[in-house]
Design a protein around this ligand. Structure first.
Ligand code: ATP
Ligand code: MG
Ligand code: MG
Length: 406
């Protein structure tokens, strides 16, 4: 039945895409974190059946997915057994067994985006090689496999030098900065040494970080979300402002780089393209995620079609929705753990208590089992009639303006 449905959704009979394709197709999502949860939330409006695979029984998506399967998305057998229960397979995390996905694809399993896309992206070095071959502008980078090659890269690119793990990176956890040659060995040790697979990037003194979510349907149709600014705290996405406060020229350049990058990858879905804007107006690619992304959380409240619904439409072969904003401005604020355990929870709950009183604020709490420092525990999106008003609401929520919260 898997085969038959896959054919149905990729057929040209678009006018014949009635609700039975929507409700009769099982969408398998590898991963059950907050992105999986928000995919399930979007799915429920149209009664799309989302199955999730995650090692945690009580992961964020588990409570609302159509069927939650406990298993490791890095374990080939678990991925295979899960995929066989689904009509189309997609991801909410790129750190999955992509080699198994490629094998399954050859056996007729429908994976969107394509397994090759996930395999390229999950290795950041391979990703950089791929994009540079496709002429996408990005910071210089070099593989390193011993201290000599690291020192050589240091003298070539200068310091600070960004050192990155090729694989399993997220929230800046696979990155270390060496500010001088003397700091090289401690930075390398902090990342776990050369055995982990490392490469270096030339430091980019960006003035802003931007992001573009690009959606591509099964028919190749493209829709881009507005360019947003992402503001990081300790290498972790912390605040997203939509739309970004940059010139029209920078917006066009960002959309151009993002579309080119996604154009070089195969398969349907939404893709997030993280970008650096330099002082001289260049836009460089940082990395791409083959899935919904933190920089697109705001779309739930601020766009006609959220990135989550868009991703489902894309993988199901439905027409893409309108990705433009329906509110003039939005800010997304990530609730990052400030402390471990109860003290951290208390701070987060106080913040949510204040957010409940802020006009235009929507609260998302992921209900993760452990509160940890700098962990993404939830987020708050504030929409409003102008960026200034949204910013003042954010300040009152953060208690920077006592008069509003007294
Ligand atoms: P994510 O959670 O986005 O997947 P990640 O762990 O993959 O994060 P990166 O996106 O590689 O990490 O880097 C995290 C942050 O570090 C970037 O958003 C940026 O602020 C900074 N950064 C990364 N590369 C560079 C660079 N070459 N020069 C300067 N800063 C950089
Ligand atoms: Mg990353
Ligand atoms: Mg990143």
């Amino acid at each position: 039945s898997s085969q038959i449905r896959a054919l149905t959704i990729s057929s040209e009979r678009k006018d014949d895409l009635p609700m039975h394709v929507v409700t009769g197709t099982k969408v398998g999502v590898l991963g059950g974190g907050q992105l999986g949860k928000m995919l399930c939330q979007a799915a429920s409006c149209m009664s799309i059946k989302v199955l999730t695979l995650d090692p945690l029984e009580n992961c964020p998506a588990s409570g609302i997915s159509y069927c939650h399967v406990v298993g490791d998305f890095n374990d080939g057998e678990a991925v295979r057994d899960f995929a066989r229960r689904c009509d189309v397979v997609t991801v909410e995390i790129e750190h999955v067994d992509a080699v198994m996905l490629e094998k399954l694809e050859q056996q007729g399993i429908d994976c969107q985006p394509k397994a090759s896309t996930i395999r390229i992206i999950q290795d950041k070095y391979l990703q950089k090689v791929h994009f540079s071959r496709h002429g996408i502008p990005l910071p210089d980078f070099l593989e390193i496999d011993n201290i000599e090659s690291a020192e050589k890269a240091g003298s070539l690119y200068g310091y600070p030098l960004m050192i990155k793990c090729k694989r399993l990176a997220y929230d800046g956890r696979g990155n270390a900065v060496a500010h001088s040659k003397d700091e090289l060995s401690s930075a390398l040790t902090a990342l776990g040494g050369f055995g982990r697979g490392l490469y270096v990037e030339r430091w980019t003194p960006f003035v802003k970080e931007l992001s573009v979510i690009v959606a591509r349907g099964r028919d190749g149709c493209i829709s881009c979300y507005p360019v947003v600014e992402t503001i990081h705290k300790n290498n972790i996405c912390h605040i997203v402002e939509a739309p970004a406060d940059v010139s029209q020229k920078v917006k066009e350049l960002s959309l151009d780089v993002a579309q080119k990058a996604v154009g070089s990858l195969e398969g349907a879905g939404v893709f997030a393209v993280e970008l650096f804007l330099t002082g001289d107006g260049q836009v460089l690619l940082n990395e791409v995620a083959p899935r919904p992304h933190n920089s697109g959380h705001h779309t739930i409240e601020s766009c006609y079609t959220s990135q989550y619904e868009q991703h489902l439409r894309a993988v199901l072969g439905l027409p893409l929705g309108d990705s433009s904003m329906k509110t003039p401005a939005a800010i997304m604020y990530n609730i990052l753990g400030e402390d471990e355990g109860e003290p951290g929870l208390k701070l987060a709950h106080d913040l949510i208590g204040r957010a409940l009183k802020v006009p235009g604020a929507s609260i998302h709490w992921y209900d993760k089992s452990d509160m940890r420092k700098l962990r993404k525990m939830g987020h708050i999106t504030i929409t409003g009639p102008s960026m200034n008003i949204v910013k003042s609401h954010l300040n009152s929520m953060l208690n920077n303006d006592q008069s509003q919260t007294a």
